[in-house]
Write a protein that binds this ligand. Structure first.
Ligand code: IMP
Length: 179
């Protein structure tokens, strides 16, 4: 594994190793498996960032599930634009279903608060959120995040699905901007 990588104009250094991500995922799945025992939820991966996390996490789940994808976009470069730009819709009817939303990272919480409001309007039986990463210092919206993999400082990170202007999603570890 490379200790540093260059993406576009910026250098990044390893922040969360592949092995640590794996143990975070296992721990999250242990808790989620207990809560969803006997249930048949819709697991909703928020694209693009959560595709790798969702793919790894669902393989530790031991309950039946339907897997769906939606897409919102609020980022350009390393700063949130404060707007949701794109939506790729949900294919299933979620009314009366248990919904488990899978996010890669919650930063300001803007994307998730918009997504939650929209999804709740369809009348799901329950809504829970799992996010691999959370930046508590950046959070600006009151949103319930039921399962958090790891809280991180307010640094820009890439890898394991997360990008810097579309580069870096394929990196197996999580890197942060080099100081
Ligand atoms: P929020 O709306 O500010 O909470 O940001 C949500 C989305 O922005 C996440 O789902 C990511 O796709 C993206 N994002 C937030 N922080 C980072 C980061 O540090 N690196 C890469 N993408 C990020």
């Amino acid at each position: 594994m490379n200790e540093t990588v260059k993406l576009h104009d910026k250098e990044f250094e390893v922040f969360i190793a592949k092995e640590e991500i794996e143990s975070i995922n296992k721990e999250l799945a242990d808790t989620i498996n207990k809560d969803y025992k006997g249930k048949y939820p819709i697991v909703l991966s928020i694209l693009n960032g959560s595709f790798i996390f969702a793919a790894d996490l669902v393989r530790y789940f031991d309950f039946p599930m339907k897997i769906e994808f939606v897409r919102y976009s609020s980022y350009e470069g390393t700063e949130s634009t404060g707007r949701i730009k794109q939506i790729l819709g949900l294919k299933s009817n979620i009314e009366g279903r248990d919904l488990l939303i899978v996010e890669d990272i919650v930063d300001t919480g803007f994307t998730l608060s918009k997504a939650l409001a929209e999804l709740k309007s369809h009348g799901p039986a329950s809504v829970k959120v799992v996010s691999l990463l959370l930046k508590p210092d950046a959070l600006q919206h009151e949103i319930p995040i039921d399962y958090v993999g790891k809280e991180i400082p307010n640094d820009f990170v890439v890898g394991y699905g997360l990008d810097y202007d579309e580069l870096g999603r394929d990196l197996p570890a999580i890197y942060k901007l080099k100081a």
